[in-house]
Ligand binder design. Structure first.
Ligand code: MN
Length: 285
């Protein structure tokens, strides 16, 4: 299934170019009191929600997807995790381009470890990217996003697949410069997730997906997740050796080569095989 969040936090089931309003399925999520449990409540109760979605589907009202504002399909992750230099050709371009490396020596993913992007940076494609520090280079990084299904720590590699709820397209927007990644990649709207959550049953192998990114009509990134240095399962296991993962946590799996600058007025289009395609407008904050 393809589940989206749209407009004033309605829940949608995506069918072709239509969204079925299945917001009543949110009632399957148990009410909580303060303090809220760790993790996104919808993802934590995804099986119950999906059962309700299936029951409601036949009577749900349809609207064209082009007429709604798509938000991040995950509303409340406990963290958005990034994977640095996780494609060899991106590592090579970062080492070769002084505007990416900005004087720093580029290490490998094993040396860097994962990084965190502020949850407050998370938006959906319909909300767009609002650039700050426009005197510096602001780059697109198109990535496969993995959404975690349940709580786990020190997850063995051979069990990692059990912790996947689904996938989404991810943009890890980045200001180039010398600050820590958690600063440069955490500005409001610099984490885009969308256009919907594709449940994992629809993606037989996340490590074999074509990924393409355009800025306006120019193809900038054209790769395949088979070139990931740490593949999806390895990333889940590795990240869980640093942090307890919770339902709805997002792992942005890293960007392939072809990163480059964007400016106000551009539209970034990201497409990943079996997951979807989204257009994201860029403006100045
Ligand atoms: Mn990235």
């Amino acid at each position: 299934m393809r589940l989206c969040r749209y407009d004033d936090d309605r829940l949608g089931l995506v069918k072709g170019d239509q969204v079925l309003d299945v917001s009543a399925a949110i009632e399957a999520i148990p009410a909580t009191r303060w303090p809220a449990p760790q993790g996104d409540a919808l993802i934590a109760h995804l099986d119950a929600v999906l059962a309700e979605v299936a029951r409601l589907e036949g009577s749900a009202k349809a609207v064209p997807i082009a007429d709604v504002t798509l938000k991040s399909p995950v509303a409340n992750p406990t963290k958005v995790i990034g994977a640095p230099v996780n494609y060899a050709k991106h590592q090579a371009e970062a080492e070769a381009d002084p505007n990416i490396a900005t004087g720093k020596k580029i290490l490998g993913i094993a040396e860097y470890g994962p990084f965190l992007k502020a949850n407050s940076s998370l938006v959906g494609p319909g909300q767009g990217v609002a650039l700050r520090f426009t005197d510096r280079r602001n780059d697109h990084e198109g990535e496969l996003g993995v959404v975690i299904s349940k709580t786990g720590v020190d997850i063995p590699l051979d069990a990692a697949g059990d912790y996947i709820a689904g996938y989404a397209l991810a943009l890890d927007m980045t200001v180039r410069g010398n600050e820590d990644r958690s600063v440069r990649k955490s500005l409001d709207s610099y984490s885009v997730l969308g256009p919907w959550l594709v449940t994992k049953d629809e993606v037989p192998d996340p490590n074999a997906l074509d990924l393409k990114l355009w800025v306006d009509d120019e193809l900038r990134q054209d790769s395949n997740t088979s070139f990931l240095i740490y593949n999806v399962e390895k990333l889940i296991s590795w990240c869980s050796s640093f942090y307890t993962l919770h339902p709805g946590d997002i792992i942005m799996t890293g960007t392939p080569e072809g990163v480059g600058p964007v400016k106000a007025g551009n539209v970034i289009t990201l497409e990943i095989e079996s997951v979807g395609r989204m257009d994201v407008a860029v403006r100045n904050a």
